[in-house]
Design a protein around this ligand. Structure first.
Ligand code: NA7
Length: 532
């Protein structure tokens, strides 16, 4: 029985784009289905004001093409969303990717067919398409969630989730604007909207530790230096723990004097990018006493930047240590609260009771707004899988199988779901995401090349290999402070039923360790899988 396609890729973000390119090289017939009207995934959807990435631009772009690297000029050290989307459009044009992509096509279901050992994919419009393989490229942060607040739909003004930001510019001048949520997205939004809004009211449930990004334009001289050193940049990314240019300092916190510690932290705080998070002393994200030192350092910084001491205290987290959640990188975020047009509302102290047609009511006061912005995050890591009806052998339902937490092999395969391959699935190393994407795509491509070479059409994860992988994932997550804190890292989202408790859904070890494990599995003739 023949299928419409050799492979269907779900999603035209960075994973789907690169996977399409690689499968074309194998001569496979591929179709990409994408819900949006263009390529870019995360960078297509997240058009909220101030959106940008926190990895150095030149460490973030695709590394697979020397010509692409030489041709493209990043203009800022940390690229803003419009430029990143332009870059991805450029990549799509340059490699003629769109001819195998179908836009405005949300995948509703993907069912494995036991008899023909292939997949049937149904789109939201009811059309069906078959393929030998299904490859998910649906992103770890793409199922956006709105808060469960009474009256949410009754608001008569404009309201937006940051992920579903309109394609047209939103004008804040003279408007009364509310932002709910103070994660990485909320912080980027707040610092930008505060520049023009008439009034900005921030509803903060949990403060997050944040540190300066120190972004600036790339000079011509720097541009030339970057172009000349791409091999070194990507080699460095391959060696570090999370594929960033920064990595932990090998010293222990208590091996140096208090003065040396202070000078070290001061230096990191003054430098661009994630050094202040992933470049700390090696024990600062695992030893509570060491972590307390960096937390106290950052708390002092916040106090020094916010004029009103009571507001400063509200902005300092007390229920988790620095770096145990994703550290939002900011640009004069804390100074925003010194502006007369900005108010911080602590909704732990005075919870939101409801949203009305005119605004937001807390237990303490009612506020009128023209615009409400929801920066309330995502059903992360598994949410994008849960919303597709994915069924495997014998009709087993992925969402049900994962109701107690995802179970995978390398984050790329699932027991009972043959010929389903995941890019950036749960239990893959995330870090500097394009680096992880390229590794996952290359691994999947090698597997499919091997199968084609040996006339194999069926790949299934062996239960004992999955069990072994899951033991490894659990063991490697031990002792990491971030796994003891509620956040999207640990899959907690109280706006989604069933996502109230922590799970290990990320690979918490190093990217080099992750790759070594995956290489071991490939080198052993793929014995962790049944190949037929
Ligand atoms: P996050 O980091 O999950 O942040 C979501 C924020 O929204 C966070 O401050 C939440 O407070 C808040 N939130 C969520 N639900 C509610 C309700 N019901 N009421 C009030 N406040 C709420 O998502 P982001 O989009 O900022 O970032 C996600 C990642 O994308 C980011 O880490 C980058 O890697 C890119 P809480 O902390 O739950 O109290």
């Amino acid at each position: 029985m023949s299928q419409d396609f050799d492979a269907i890729i779900i999603g035209a973000g960075m994973s789907g784009m690169y996977q399409l390119l690689r499968l074309r090289e194998l001569g496979m017939k591929v179709r990409v289905f994408e819900a949006g009207s263009g390529v870019g995934g995360t960078w297509y959807w997240n058009r909220y004001p101030g959106a940008r990435f926190d990895s150095e631009s030149y460490s973030y772009g695709f590394s697979f093409s020397k010509e692409l690297l030489q041709d493209w000029n990043w203009t800022e050290h940390f690229s803003p969303q419009p430029e990143t989307l332009r870059y991805l459009d450029h990549v799509a044009d340059r490699f003629d990717l769109r001819r195998d992509m179908q836009f405005n096509s949300r995948v509703a279901s993907a069912h494995y067919r036991d008899a023909s050992q292939d997949w049937i994919v149904t789109l939201a419009d009811g059309s069906t398409h078959t393929a030998r393989f299904v490859i998910t490229a649906i992103g770890p942060l793409s199922a956006a969630t709105l808060p469960n607040i009474e009256g949410r739909d009754s608001f008569a003004g404009q309201s937006f989730h940051t992920y579903y930001w309109p394609h047209e510019a939103v004008d804040f001048a003279g408007k009364r604007v509310a932002v709910i949520g103070t994660g990485a997205t909320g912080i980027q939004t707040i610092q930008e909207v505060a520049k023009t809004a008439g009034t900005l009211t921030v509803f903060q449930r949990t403060p997050n530790w944040a540190a300066p990004l120190h972004n600036r334009p790339i000079t011509d001289e720097e541009q030339a230096g970057i172009k000349a050193s791409y091999p070194d940049i990507f080699r460095r990314c391959e060696e570090t723990f999370s594929c960033f240019l920064h990595t932990a300092d090998p010293r222990g916190t208590f091996e140096v004097t208090a003065e040396e510690r202070e000078a070290f932290l001061e230096k990191l705080y003054g430098e661009p990018g994630f050094g202040i998070w992933v470049g700390l002393f090696r024990d600062m994200l695992t030893d509570p006493a060491a972590n307390a030192i960096v937390s106290e350092f950052i708390a002092r910084k916040i106090r020094s930047r916010v004029n009103d001491p009571a507001v400063a205290e509200k902005l300092i987290p007390t229920n988790h240590g620095f770096g145990t959640r994703r550290v939002p990188m900011e640009t004069r975020y804390f100074e925003v609260y010194n502006q007369p047009n900005v108010t911080l509302v602590d909704i732990k102290a005075t919870p939101i009771q409801c949203i009305t047609s005119t605004g937001i009511t807390t237990t303490d006061a009612s506020f009128d707004f023209d615009i409400i912005i929801y920066a309330t995050g995502f059903d992360a890591l598994t949410g994008s899988f849960d919303r597709i009806d994915i069924r495997g052998e014998g009709g087993r339902v992925l969402k049900q199988d994962w109701s107690g937490g995802a179970r995978t092999l390398m984050g790329m395969l699932v027991e009972g779901f043959p010929n389903l391959l995941m890019l950036l699935g749960p239990h893959t190393a995330l870090g500097n995401i394009p680096r992880s994407i390229e590794y996952n795509v290359d691994w999947v491509t090698r597997l499919l090349a091997h199968m084609r070479q040996h006339d194999l059409t069926h790949v299934a994860a062996r239960p004992e290999a999955v069990a072994e992988w899951m033991d490894h994932v659990m063991a490697i997550g031990e002792g990491l402070l971030s796994n003891q804190v509620d956040s999207w890292f640990t899959g907690v989202n109280r706006n989604v039923a069933g996502k109230e408790t922590r799970v290990i859904a990320r690979y918490s070890g190093s990217a080099p360790d992750y790759r070594a494990k995956c290489e071991e599995i490939a080198a052993g003739g793929y014995r962790a899988m049944v190949l037929q």
